[in-house]
Design a protein. Structure first.
Length: 348
Protein backbone atom coordinates (compact mmCIF):
# COMPACT_ATOMS: atom_id res chain seq x y z
CA UNK A 1 0.00 0.00 0.00
CA UNK A 2 1.29 3.46 -0.90
CA UNK A 3 0.39 6.94 0.33
CA UNK A 4 0.96 9.96 -1.92
CA UNK A 5 1.25 13.29 -0.12
CA UNK A 6 1.00 16.79 -1.58
CA UNK A 7 1.28 20.10 0.23
CA UNK A 8 1.29 23.89 0.24
CA UNK A 9 3.64 25.67 0.30
CA UNK A 10 6.14 23.09 -0.88
CA UNK A 11 7.92 22.02 -4.04
CA UNK A 12 7.65 18.30 -3.28
CA UNK A 13 5.29 15.36 -3.62
CA UNK A 14 6.14 12.44 -1.33
CA UNK A 15 5.55 8.72 -1.82
CA UNK A 16 5.35 6.49 1.26
CA UNK A 17 5.12 2.72 1.47
CA UNK A 18 3.12 1.02 4.24
CA UNK A 19 4.12 -2.58 4.79
CA UNK A 20 1.52 -3.29 7.46
CA UNK A 21 0.17 -2.18 10.81
CA UNK A 22 2.89 -1.78 13.42
CA UNK A 23 5.70 -1.77 10.86
CA UNK A 24 7.60 1.43 10.05
CA UNK A 25 6.59 3.36 6.95
CA UNK A 26 9.26 3.88 4.30
CA UNK A 27 9.80 6.99 2.21
CA UNK A 28 9.99 5.69 -1.36
CA UNK A 29 10.39 8.90 -3.35
CA UNK A 30 10.17 12.69 -3.31
CA UNK A 31 9.27 14.39 -6.59
CA UNK A 32 10.85 17.85 -6.65
CA UNK A 33 10.33 20.93 -8.78
CA UNK A 34 6.59 21.32 -8.23
CA UNK A 35 4.70 24.48 -7.24
CA UNK A 36 2.57 23.64 -4.19
CA UNK A 37 0.82 20.43 -5.34
CA UNK A 38 -1.94 21.05 -2.83
CA UNK A 39 -4.53 18.56 -4.09
CA UNK A 40 -4.17 15.08 -5.57
CA UNK A 41 -6.44 12.45 -7.07
CA UNK A 42 -6.00 9.15 -8.87
CA UNK A 43 -7.58 7.66 -11.97
CA UNK A 44 -10.38 5.20 -11.06
CA UNK A 45 -9.07 2.48 -13.39
CA UNK A 46 -5.51 3.31 -14.47
CA UNK A 47 -2.24 3.72 -12.50
CA UNK A 48 -2.27 7.50 -12.88
CA UNK A 49 -2.00 10.25 -10.26
CA UNK A 50 -2.94 13.89 -10.87
CA UNK A 51 -1.69 16.93 -8.98
CA UNK A 52 -3.17 20.43 -8.90
CA UNK A 53 -0.27 22.89 -8.69
CA UNK A 54 -1.02 26.40 -7.45
CA UNK A 55 1.02 28.13 -10.16
CA UNK A 56 2.73 27.40 -13.45
CA UNK A 57 6.22 28.58 -12.51
CA UNK A 58 8.12 30.85 -10.18
CA UNK A 59 7.91 33.62 -12.76
CA UNK A 60 4.30 33.01 -13.80
CA UNK A 61 1.66 32.86 -11.05
CA UNK A 62 -1.07 33.87 -13.52
CA UNK A 63 -1.84 30.21 -14.25
CA UNK A 64 -2.00 27.02 -12.28
CA UNK A 65 -0.88 23.63 -13.55
CA UNK A 66 -2.17 20.07 -13.70
CA UNK A 67 0.53 17.39 -13.68
CA UNK A 68 -0.06 13.73 -14.57
CA UNK A 69 2.13 10.96 -13.14
CA UNK A 70 2.32 7.29 -14.00
CA UNK A 71 2.43 4.97 -10.97
CA UNK A 72 4.80 2.00 -11.01
CA UNK A 73 2.58 -0.63 -9.41
CA UNK A 74 5.26 -2.62 -7.60
CA UNK A 75 7.41 0.21 -6.27
CA UNK A 76 4.83 3.00 -6.12
CA UNK A 77 7.27 5.39 -7.77
CA UNK A 78 6.01 8.28 -9.89
CA UNK A 79 7.06 9.47 -13.34
CA UNK A 80 5.78 12.71 -14.90
CA UNK A 81 3.97 11.98 -18.18
CA UNK A 82 2.17 15.30 -18.77
CA UNK A 83 2.01 18.84 -17.42
CA UNK A 84 -0.29 21.56 -18.71
CA UNK A 85 -1.88 24.85 -17.77
CA UNK A 86 -5.05 24.51 -15.71
CA UNK A 87 -7.04 27.24 -17.51
CA UNK A 88 -7.11 29.43 -14.39
CA UNK A 89 -4.99 30.60 -11.47
CA UNK A 90 -4.33 29.29 -7.95
CA UNK A 91 -5.55 25.83 -8.96
CA UNK A 92 -7.12 24.19 -5.91
CA UNK A 93 -8.82 20.95 -6.91
CA UNK A 94 -8.57 18.17 -9.45
CA UNK A 95 -10.85 15.18 -9.95
CA UNK A 96 -11.55 12.40 -12.46
CA UNK A 97 -15.00 11.38 -13.68
CA UNK A 98 -16.12 7.92 -12.50
CA UNK A 99 -15.86 6.53 -16.04
CA UNK A 100 -12.28 7.79 -16.31
CA UNK A 101 -12.93 9.88 -19.44
CA UNK A 102 -12.57 13.40 -18.06
CA UNK A 103 -10.35 15.42 -15.73
CA UNK A 104 -12.12 18.18 -13.77
CA UNK A 105 -10.23 21.20 -12.46
CA UNK A 106 -11.28 24.08 -10.17
CA UNK A 107 -9.36 27.37 -10.36
CA UNK A 108 -10.43 29.86 -7.64
CA UNK A 109 -8.61 32.75 -9.28
CA UNK A 110 -9.94 32.02 -12.74
CA UNK A 111 -12.54 31.98 -11.46
CA UNK A 112 -13.06 28.92 -13.64
CA UNK A 113 -13.93 25.26 -13.83
CA UNK A 114 -12.23 23.38 -16.68
CA UNK A 115 -12.94 19.97 -18.17
CA UNK A 116 -10.19 18.05 -20.01
CA UNK A 117 -10.80 14.79 -21.92
CA UNK A 118 -8.43 11.96 -21.01
CA UNK A 119 -6.94 9.67 -23.62
CA UNK A 120 -6.68 5.88 -23.27
CA UNK A 121 -3.46 6.29 -21.28
CA UNK A 122 -5.13 8.69 -18.82
CA UNK A 123 -3.37 11.82 -20.13
CA UNK A 124 -5.39 15.05 -20.48
CA UNK A 125 -5.90 16.62 -23.88
CA UNK A 126 -6.96 20.18 -24.67
CA UNK A 127 -9.79 21.51 -22.49
CA UNK A 128 -13.26 20.81 -23.88
CA UNK A 129 -14.70 23.75 -22.03
CA UNK A 130 -13.79 26.38 -19.47
CA UNK A 131 -16.71 27.81 -17.46
CA UNK A 132 -16.25 31.15 -15.72
CA UNK A 133 -18.14 31.78 -12.46
CA UNK A 134 -19.77 35.07 -11.43
CA UNK A 135 -21.36 36.53 -8.30
CA UNK A 136 -20.37 37.00 -4.68
CA UNK A 137 -21.53 36.42 -1.11
CA UNK A 138 -22.14 38.73 1.87
CA UNK A 139 -18.74 38.46 3.57
CA UNK A 140 -15.47 40.22 2.78
CA UNK A 141 -13.97 36.81 2.03
CA UNK A 142 -16.69 36.40 -0.60
CA UNK A 143 -16.09 39.56 -2.65
CA UNK A 144 -15.60 37.44 -5.78
CA UNK A 145 -16.46 33.93 -6.99
CA UNK A 146 -14.20 31.19 -5.67
CA UNK A 147 -14.79 27.81 -7.38
CA UNK A 148 -13.07 25.55 -4.86
CA UNK A 149 -13.84 22.01 -6.04
CA UNK A 150 -15.58 19.99 -8.76
CA UNK A 151 -17.14 16.53 -9.05
CA UNK A 152 -19.07 14.37 -11.51
CA UNK A 153 -21.98 12.15 -10.50
CA UNK A 154 -21.87 8.36 -10.71
CA UNK A 155 -23.68 8.31 -14.08
CA UNK A 156 -21.29 10.91 -15.56
CA UNK A 157 -24.31 13.09 -16.38
CA UNK A 158 -23.63 16.17 -14.25
CA UNK A 159 -20.77 18.19 -12.91
CA UNK A 160 -21.03 19.91 -9.53
CA UNK A 161 -18.76 22.82 -8.57
CA UNK A 162 -18.67 24.19 -5.01
CA UNK A 163 -18.23 27.97 -5.07
CA UNK A 164 -17.12 29.37 -1.72
CA UNK A 165 -17.54 32.95 -2.91
CA UNK A 166 -21.18 32.72 -3.97
CA UNK A 167 -22.46 30.16 -1.42
CA UNK A 168 -23.57 27.90 -4.26
CA UNK A 169 -23.10 24.43 -5.66
CA UNK A 170 -23.22 25.00 -9.40
CA UNK A 171 -24.87 22.23 -11.46
CA UNK A 172 -23.87 21.56 -15.06
CA UNK A 173 -25.23 19.01 -17.52
CA UNK A 174 -22.47 17.04 -19.25
CA UNK A 175 -22.71 16.05 -22.92
CA UNK A 176 -21.95 12.34 -22.90
CA UNK A 177 -20.26 12.40 -26.29
CA UNK A 178 -18.13 15.54 -26.08
CA UNK A 179 -18.02 16.48 -22.40
CA UNK A 180 -19.40 19.95 -23.14
CA UNK A 181 -21.02 21.65 -20.13
CA UNK A 182 -24.33 23.50 -19.98
CA UNK A 183 -26.23 24.95 -16.99
CA UNK A 184 -28.54 22.34 -15.51
CA UNK A 185 -32.32 22.64 -15.25
CA UNK A 186 -31.57 23.58 -11.63
CA UNK A 187 -28.47 25.71 -12.29
CA UNK A 188 -27.35 25.79 -8.66
CA UNK A 189 -28.17 24.73 -5.11
CA UNK A 190 -27.82 27.33 -2.35
CA UNK A 191 -26.18 26.92 1.03
CA UNK A 192 -26.72 29.47 3.82
CA UNK A 193 -25.55 33.02 3.11
CA UNK A 194 -21.97 33.38 4.29
CA UNK A 195 -21.52 29.62 4.72
CA UNK A 196 -18.89 29.24 1.99
CA UNK A 197 -19.44 25.95 0.13
CA UNK A 198 -15.98 24.37 -0.12
CA UNK A 199 -15.96 20.62 -0.87
CA UNK A 200 -18.53 17.90 -1.60
CA UNK A 201 -18.79 14.17 -0.98
CA UNK A 202 -21.21 12.37 -3.29
CA UNK A 203 -23.02 9.52 -1.55
CA UNK A 204 -24.49 7.75 -4.56
CA UNK A 205 -25.68 4.65 -2.73
CA UNK A 206 -27.83 6.81 -0.47
CA UNK A 207 -28.85 9.29 -3.17
CA UNK A 208 -27.20 12.14 -1.23
CA UNK A 209 -24.59 14.85 -1.62
CA UNK A 210 -22.79 16.24 1.45
CA UNK A 211 -21.18 19.70 1.31
CA UNK A 212 -18.77 21.13 3.87
CA UNK A 213 -19.10 24.90 4.41
CA UNK A 214 -15.80 26.52 5.34
CA UNK A 215 -16.93 29.90 6.66
CA UNK A 216 -19.60 28.91 9.21
CA UNK A 217 -18.37 25.42 10.26
CA UNK A 218 -21.36 23.50 8.95
CA UNK A 219 -22.11 20.58 6.65
CA UNK A 220 -25.16 20.59 4.37
CA UNK A 221 -26.78 17.42 3.05
CA UNK A 222 -28.80 17.41 -0.18
CA UNK A 223 -31.04 14.77 -1.72
CA UNK A 224 -29.85 14.21 -5.30
CA UNK A 225 -32.31 13.21 -8.02
CA UNK A 226 -30.17 11.99 -10.94
CA UNK A 227 -33.09 11.87 -13.37
CA UNK A 228 -34.10 15.49 -12.78
CA UNK A 229 -30.60 16.73 -11.97
CA UNK A 230 -31.77 18.45 -8.78
CA UNK A 231 -30.32 18.94 -5.30
CA UNK A 232 -32.86 19.44 -2.48
CA UNK A 233 -31.64 20.49 0.97
CA UNK A 234 -32.15 17.92 3.72
CA UNK A 235 -30.17 19.32 6.63
CA UNK A 236 -27.40 21.65 7.75
CA UNK A 237 -25.45 20.63 10.87
CA UNK A 238 -22.51 22.06 12.82
CA UNK A 239 -19.12 20.40 12.41
CA UNK A 240 -17.85 21.56 15.83
CA UNK A 241 -19.17 20.81 19.34
CA UNK A 242 -21.89 22.96 20.89
CA UNK A 243 -20.32 25.81 22.82
CA UNK A 244 -17.07 25.88 20.85
CA UNK A 245 -16.23 29.52 20.21
CA UNK A 246 -12.75 29.43 18.71
CA UNK A 247 -11.80 30.06 15.11
CA UNK A 248 -12.47 27.10 12.85
CA UNK A 249 -12.35 26.45 9.11
CA UNK A 250 -13.55 22.97 8.10
CA UNK A 251 -11.84 21.75 4.97
CA UNK A 252 -12.55 18.24 3.67
CA UNK A 253 -15.61 15.98 3.72
CA UNK A 254 -15.50 12.25 3.04
CA UNK A 255 -18.01 9.40 2.75
CA UNK A 256 -16.95 5.86 3.64
CA UNK A 257 -17.29 3.06 1.03
CA UNK A 258 -20.59 1.87 2.53
CA UNK A 259 -22.22 5.32 2.42
CA UNK A 260 -23.17 5.03 6.08
CA UNK A 261 -20.60 7.39 7.61
CA UNK A 262 -19.36 10.90 6.83
CA UNK A 263 -16.19 12.63 8.10
CA UNK A 264 -15.24 16.33 8.22
CA UNK A 265 -11.87 17.88 9.08
CA UNK A 266 -11.96 20.87 11.44
CA UNK A 267 -9.02 23.29 11.17
CA UNK A 268 -8.98 25.19 14.45
CA UNK A 269 -10.86 22.72 16.61
CA UNK A 270 -8.27 20.28 15.16
CA UNK A 271 -10.59 17.32 15.05
CA UNK A 272 -12.38 14.92 12.75
CA UNK A 273 -16.17 15.15 13.08
CA UNK A 274 -17.56 11.62 12.61
CA UNK A 275 -21.20 11.30 11.55
CA UNK A 276 -23.58 8.44 10.83
CA UNK A 277 -26.05 8.79 7.97
CA UNK A 278 -29.43 8.36 9.64
CA UNK A 279 -33.07 8.37 8.65
CA UNK A 280 -33.97 10.45 5.59
CA UNK A 281 -30.27 11.10 4.99
CA UNK A 282 -29.78 13.30 8.04
CA UNK A 283 -26.34 13.23 9.69
CA UNK A 284 -26.05 12.18 13.32
CA UNK A 285 -22.90 13.07 15.24
CA UNK A 286 -20.93 10.11 16.61
CA UNK A 287 -17.84 11.84 17.97
CA UNK A 288 -15.19 14.49 17.51
CA UNK A 289 -11.86 12.67 17.30
CA UNK A 290 -8.67 14.72 17.85
CA UNK A 291 -6.65 14.94 14.64
CA UNK A 292 -3.40 14.55 16.63
CA UNK A 293 -1.94 17.57 14.85
CA UNK A 294 -2.65 21.16 13.89
CA UNK A 295 -4.75 22.27 10.92
CA UNK A 296 -6.19 19.01 9.53
CA UNK A 297 -6.83 20.04 5.92
CA UNK A 298 -7.66 16.70 4.32
CA UNK A 299 -8.84 13.19 5.11
CA UNK A 300 -8.42 10.15 2.86
CA UNK A 301 -9.52 6.53 3.19
CA UNK A 302 -8.27 3.25 1.79
CA UNK A 303 -10.58 1.51 -0.71
CA UNK A 304 -11.68 -1.00 1.92
CA UNK A 305 -12.42 1.78 4.42
CA UNK A 306 -10.14 0.48 7.18
CA UNK A 307 -7.24 2.97 6.96
CA UNK A 308 -7.64 6.75 7.29
CA UNK A 309 -4.97 9.36 6.54
CA UNK A 310 -5.36 12.87 7.98
CA UNK A 311 -3.13 15.61 6.54
CA UNK A 312 -2.27 17.89 9.45
CA UNK A 313 -0.85 20.85 7.54
CA UNK A 314 0.30 22.80 10.59
CA UNK A 315 1.94 19.77 12.21
CA UNK A 316 3.99 18.73 9.21
CA UNK A 317 2.71 15.14 9.16
CA UNK A 318 0.03 12.85 7.80
CA UNK A 319 -1.47 10.98 10.74
CA UNK A 320 -2.79 7.43 10.25
CA UNK A 321 -5.94 6.08 11.90
CA UNK A 322 -7.77 2.77 11.92
CA UNK A 323 -11.51 2.77 11.23
CA UNK A 324 -13.96 0.35 12.79
CA UNK A 325 -17.30 -0.93 11.54
CA UNK A 326 -19.03 1.49 13.93
CA UNK A 327 -17.57 4.41 11.98
CA UNK A 328 -15.19 5.60 14.69
CA UNK A 329 -11.54 6.21 13.86
CA UNK A 330 -8.70 5.44 16.26
CA UNK A 331 -5.17 6.81 16.11
CA UNK A 332 -2.64 4.08 15.30
CA UNK A 333 0.27 6.19 16.61
CA UNK A 334 1.87 6.40 13.19
CA UNK A 335 2.69 9.55 11.22
CA UNK A 336 4.28 10.29 7.83
CA UNK A 337 6.42 13.45 8.00
CA UNK A 338 5.75 15.90 5.18
CA UNK A 339 6.23 19.62 4.55
CA UNK A 340 2.87 21.41 5.01
CA UNK A 341 0.77 18.42 3.91
CA UNK A 342 -2.63 19.31 2.45
CA UNK A 343 -3.77 16.13 0.70
CA UNK A 344 -3.09 12.39 0.66
CA UNK A 345 -4.12 9.60 -1.72
CA UNK A 346 -3.99 5.95 -0.64
CA UNK A 347 -3.16 3.48 -3.43
CA UNK A 348 -3.35 -0.27 -2.94
Amino acid sequence: MFVYVGGMPTDKLAVWSLEGEGKPAALVQEVDGLFSPSFLCRHPQLPRLYAAERQWSEADPSSGAVTTFSIERDSGRLTVVDRRRSQGAFTAHVNVSPDGRFLLVANPRGPTVALFPLDEAGCPQGAVQVVRHAGRGPLDRQAAPWPHSCYMDAANLRLFACDLGSDRVMIYDVDGATGALAPGAQPFAQVCSGAGARHMALNSGQGLAHVVNELDSTASTFRYDPAAGTLAIVQTISTVPAGFSGANLPAEILVDPTGRHVYVTNRGHDSIACFAVGAAGRLELIAHVPSRGETPRHIAMSPDGTLVAVSNQGAGAVRLFDRGANGLIEDRNQALPALNPTCAVIFS
